[in-house]
Design a protein around this ligand. Sequence first.
Ligand SMILES: Nc1nc2c(c(=O)[nH]1)N[C@H]1C(S)=C(S)[C@@H](COP(=O)(O)O)O[C@H]1N2
Ligand SMILES: [Mo]
Length: 398
Amino acid sequence: MTELSRRAALGALGAGVASAPLWAQQVAQLGFDNGARPVAGGFPEKGAMIVQRSRAPLLETPWEVFGQNVFTPNDRFYVRWHYADIPLSVDTNAFRLRIGGAVNKATALSLAELLKLPRVEIAAINQCSGNSRGFFTPRVAGAQWGHGAMGNARWTGVRLKDVLDLAGVKPGAVAVRLSGLDRPPVDGAPWFAKSLDVDHARDGEVMIAFAMNGAALPMLNGFPIRLVVPGWYSTYWIKALDRIEVLTAPDDNFWMAKAYKIPTAPNASVAPGTKDFDSTPISTMVPRSFITNLRDGATCKAGQPFSLVGLAMGGATGVARVDYRIGDGAWTPATLGIEYGRYSFRSWTAITPPLTPGRQMLSVRCTASDGRVQGNEAVWNPSGYQRGTIETIAVQAA
Ligand SMILES: Nc1nc2c(c(=O)[nH]1)N[C@H]1C(S)=C(S)[C@@H](COP(=O)(O)O)O[C@H]1N2
Ligand SMILES: [Mo]
């Protein structure tokens, strides 16, 4: 995008996009008990989405979208906000990104000033910590997401490091806290804010994005700018980012100290029902893989090979290999598609041997570049975070 068209795009969106959702026209089945949800269009800049909740919006990407492209289109990209008081328009001239706290010079950057910094682009998956929560057994409280609280995009923006350097981080800084334009419903409730260690914030990869997939961010995905933390769960990917605060002590705000914590035990797992356990803030993602051209319960032709298509992610280190298996047969390597970088989805394909008639279980398993491999043991924690279990679907060969 040229400078001019980008500005035009930012300006046009800044005109405001508040409109009410249309009511449901279809129903999606998410694959767990009580998993029927309405599918509706009419949310600003969004096509048909699975409506988990309309205020604050929790919109899930319909599964078929993942079968169409390695990159998730902006108008089908999932949406998650904690609070209902979200920005519905932004005056792009008046907007300022404020950088304060332990800095040499408290700074307020306009979008025009931000856009003068060197540009970076990265392909990265944005995945909610609670993606696939509906598959937890026993069930846990929280949004009952299917697998569609994730998406992959090419993010364009500037380095958080460069923005911090403009203000000058003081020695003794330990963390960088980020928050956006949304507000809690009642005074005194904690603003949604997340922090990164100062070294992470300055690693040159963490970025402030103003575009995804070559277009301005949709309002619901954080227009005009959002944080992108490659390889990390998207709770850290602050939307409508307008405030950066450099801290000289670890962040003790609710959203870091209490929320978004997982068991320190392997696989972020404890025995179902356990309430007391050592915990740590959620951070990097784990390998996952999915079949995208067949749904659980689908029918396919017996006696002939079948082609499988899907997506995989390494978490934070890329996809080394993908294997599939039928029933408890041997794991068989799939063919990997184009590599768009280690934080991106990687497509894969495989041709199965002829399927024998009857019910067949199909499983897919990703091995990440760091050697971490998906396992069969269930992941369970009371918040429903970090599912990475091998996904298995049943098909009927006839
Ligand atoms: N300002 C702000 N940023 C936020 C949130 C929020 O509530 N407010 N939610 C976070 C969480 S938990 C998720 S899963 C992602 C969702 O990003 P998306 O809506 O662009 O898909 O936004 C993150 N950034
Ligand atoms: Mo999330």
